[in-house]
Design a protein around this ligand. Structure first.
Ligand code: AP5
Ligand code: ZN
Length: 215
């Protein structure tokens, strides 16, 4: 099963993808995570992407499509969760070619339907474990023991440099201008399923599970 999680910044794509990885053994393919790794490693791609990401704008289609192409085979036989990709029409077309070349296809495009104003609070309160990447939130999901990661026990946490309000507003504008317009491409293929992204994490998970299990 190969699915796209589609929604604006803070919609819950990463949260739900991490859960599907641990519960279903699927593979999360997040272009945001791949780009952040490239920035941290100081690769040529990272050097190009750093300022663009800090401004909340989109990195070039060629770069992100190549990143997905490099990692796609790691999900063969397990199923891919595309998280934050595709974000433009050319990326949607590139994904079709990449999957088609491998005899694979998309099963669903799950759109997380959200109220953008509420997302600013979600994003500016977000932090994650510096060791294993597990996501947390100041209000919605604190570690069970204060200052200690639930998963790996680390005491180091980090926040993303693009999680400030001004950059979040730019990221949302980019979503409206360039990403939301790809929905008709998938609607024409009968692939789009909407879930209420404003419900609790558990309720959103239940709605996604119902789609994946064909209920
Ligand atoms: P990327 O890393 O993809 O960021 P994004 O799309 O802005 O998405 P986020 O990671 O901010 O949000 P999310 O939907 O995963 O929400 P989360 O689950 O964390 O991209 C970053 C940058 O990289 C881009 O701006 C661009 O520059 C570049 N880039 C990446 N991909 C690209 C591409 N394909 N093309 C070009 N450029 C690209 O949830 C947010 C918070 O809310 C968390 O704290 C969580 O705990 C909480 N939360 C989640 N669900 C709920 C809920 N139901 N109720 C309450 N709280 C919740
Ligand atoms: Zn951890």
């Amino acid at each position: 099963m190969n699915i796209i999680l589609l929604g604006p910044p803070g919609a819950g794509k990463g949260t739900q993808a991490q859960r599907l990885v641990s519960e279903r053994g699927m593979v999360q393919l997040s272009t945001g995570d791949m780009l952040r790794e490239a920035v941290a490693a100081g690769t040529p791609v990272g050097l190009q992407a750093k300022a663009i990401m800090a401004a909340g704008e989109l990195v070039s289609d060629a770069i992100v499509s190549a990143l997905i192409g490099e990692r796609l085979d790691s999900s063969a036989g397990r199923g891919a969760i595309f998280d934050g990709f595709p974000r433009t029409q050319p990326q949607a077309e590139a994904l079709e070619i990449l999957l088609g070349e491998r005899g694979r296809a998309l099963d669903s495009v799950i759109e997380l339907d959200v109220d953008e104003d509420a997302l600013v609070e979600r994003i500016t309160g977000r932090f994650s474990c510096a060791e294993c990447g597990t996501g947390y939130h100041d209000r919605f999901k604190q570690p069970k023991v204060e200052g200690t990661c639930d998963v790996c026990g680390s005491h180091e946490f980090k926040r993303r440099p693009d999680d400030n309000e001004a950059t979040v507003r730019t990221r949302m504008a980019e979503y409206r201008a360039k990403t939301a317009p790809i929905l008709p491409f998938y609607e024409a293929r009968g692939l789009v399923r909407r879930v209420d992204g404003m419900a609790s994490v558990e309720e959103v998970a239940g709605q996604i599970d119902a789609i994946l299990d064909g209920a």
